[in-house]
Design a protein around this ligand. Sequence first.
Ligand code: NAD
Length: 360
Amino acid sequence: MNCKIGVISGDGIGPEIVREARKVLDRVAERFGHQFMYMELLLGGASIDAYGVPLTEETIEKAKSCEAVLMGSIGGDAKTSPWYQLEPSRRPEAGLLGIRKALNLFANLRPAYLYEELREACPLRADISEAGFDMLIMRELTGGLYFGARKTEEVDGVRTAMDTLSYNEHEIRRIAKRAFDIAMKRRKKVCSVDKANVLDSSRLWRKVVEEVAKDYPEVALSHMYVDNCAMQLVMNPAQFDVILTENMFGDILSDEASMVTGSIGMLSSASLNDTRFGLYEPSHGSAPDLAGQDKANPIATILSAAMMLRYSFDLDQEAEAVEAAVRQVLKEGYRTGDIMSEGGICTGTTQMGDLIAAHI
Ligand code: NAD
């Protein structure tokens, strides 16, 4: 298979972790007989340095010409970086929001998986973490409360603010389909999370999700109120496979789910549109405190590349090979500083990439 991949190395530790992910992809290509072609794209601080703006039309057009984009993190230290002297619309993060919008990336996926070897980092009680968990939060990314009309005004001398939460059936249907498609590649369970006992938008959400479910008879659908879900994530995370939810609920729940793994350097993510295109990036930031020191954990970016293989290229076997290599390296005791524990073998960014590539 020939695949054209856009690469945004980004800022801070971005270039180091993306380099390791490419190393692993190159090994996959060699082992399975594919050809991956890379196209470098500038975004965030690196784009500001080159062009004075965090996102250019050129980057958008080049990204659109690729089948998927792999990205390191962007941004710098807000206290010391000159990028943060610029007005907000010209700062690195504006580039990220801009590219998500330009590429119509409405579905955000964040897996939360507890590696047996990293169980000690899990902040949950041992009797809960023992069962392990492997879930994926699918969050709607371009609608709902964060994009609805808002205003702040004085009503009869009282300062009053308003935000609106609105979804139409098309927005709900397209993300629900994505969630069911992905559940078919996993354990075939979707838990749709809403607040249908209170909100009209949630009642419509529930109806449309049920309509979509009819096309996926093999997938077991359940519904859960968001407040209950927040509790269940810490009481019994093993019950979840795919959690499907709207923008704000997903924002909160995906952070909660990632934190119960306890390992920020391990968390991958993907943002998808309604084609097979996706933008794949680690969930963490650009860690300017670690940049250029060979200390960053590249695993979140390597696992994001595995998601790219699975969701944009349908290369499930290759994705599994990458995930198995990560598990094996952890099993052998290798750890970057962020996941180090007693008895572990401390490795740098480059060595971690080498080890994972060597296990494919
Ligand atoms: P951060 O995630 O960069 O760092 C938080 C802590 O986690 C730091 O101690 C850091 O050293 C550590 N850490 C993060 N990734 C690591 C890795 N791979 N290996 C080892 N340790 C790791 O969050 P922050 O410090 O709040 O933000 C730094 C910059 O990143 C800011 O400019 C922020 O805007 C940006 N940011 C970008 C994204 C993105 O590109 N999607 C997301 C979050 C933050």
